[in-house]
Design a protein. Sequence first.
Length: 107
Amino acid sequence: MNRADLISYCKSYENVYVDNPFHDETVLVRHNKNKKAFVFIIRHEQETFVNLKCEPEESDFFRQNFSFIIPGYHMNKQHWNTIKLSQCFDEAVLFELINRSYKLTLK
């Protein structure tokens, strides 16, 4: 999956919009109602990273079991995980984590 496909997938969620608050290649996907971001798509040194909110008790599980998941890049490491998109070999895991992040940020 590439960056454009990821943005398109995230836009398919109900009542969300794409934001570019930093005027660079960073893209946030936010809830319309509460304006909370559930996906941060970041370009850094030719790599695309995806920050996703995660339950603290589950974040370490994903990091230990999937080499493409690391502690949240420029985020609270307890509540956010980062996926290295170029190394992500399991789109089902990526989609599941996006869905979890979406639900965690609804409130």
